[in-house]
Design a protein around this ligand. Sequence first.
Ligand code: SF4
Length: 292
Amino acid sequence: MTSSPTFVSARNKSYVSISRQGSLVLSDSWDSRFTGQILVGNPSRDFPIGLVDFGILHGEEPEVSGPPSQKKGAGTIYIHGCLLKCTTCYQPEFFAQRAEIYTDPQSVAKLLLEFQHSGVHSINFVVSSYNPWVLKAIKLSRAMGLSIPVVYKFSGAMSVFEAKNLISHVQLFSADFKGITEGGLAAHGLNREYETRTSEVLRYLLKNDQTVMIRYLIVPTLTKHWREVDEIIRSLQLYRYKKSKLSILTQYWNPSTRTIVGAPLSEIEEIRAICKFYDVATLYQKDGIYVG
Ligand code: SF4
């Protein structure tokens, strides 16, 4: 951490390096061509936004990183801090006492324009919940000429009031829905309050014609994932909202054992059958890429 404002570059380190286990390949990887910089200082009212990292990320859903053949990637900013404490958390950096970098909305806005200039498909904020400073940066960047879509990727924990502030400024809400049954919630160490809040905000976004991608992560401790997916689809009536998709994350990165665990094909097929039954658009990670 620097003592006075200075610039840091995108570090282009691997967030989770590409690894193999059988036929499974973690799909996301940083792009080394991005040379964007951001102004940083000590945490204060002048530098209120804590970042974990930033750079161009490849291998997310095509809605985020663009079609794989175009290799555009997403200009991604990881915002420090998380309201949840999932026992399955694969991103412990979000809980570090301090962020790696502190910056201000103006600098984030400029960074978004650097991303755009480098040809990315979208801007991808990875952020636990509502963050007013992020919203301010989006507004500033639009005034400065940002024209590409903004993706707000959040944990699901957000109030309707907060979501209301975002809807005219975000083009895709990408929300985790970690569990809905008692077993599903317990697999992540989450409680019913999480599910109630997530359901409420997702219903609000869907009913207000927002484009929503619901991300469901398969974790090794839970079996019968299809029941969770079935419950999520029915509870949100996802089949009614044709602009929205379900994204099934079939590979789980365990940071403590540093291994990748993949869902058995049989479970993926069960989920595929449920989604087909309800006619819900679904994406799956397969061999490191997303397939419909
Ligand atoms: S929401 Fe994401 S970052 Fe937060 S605890 Fe859960 S897995 Fe970790």
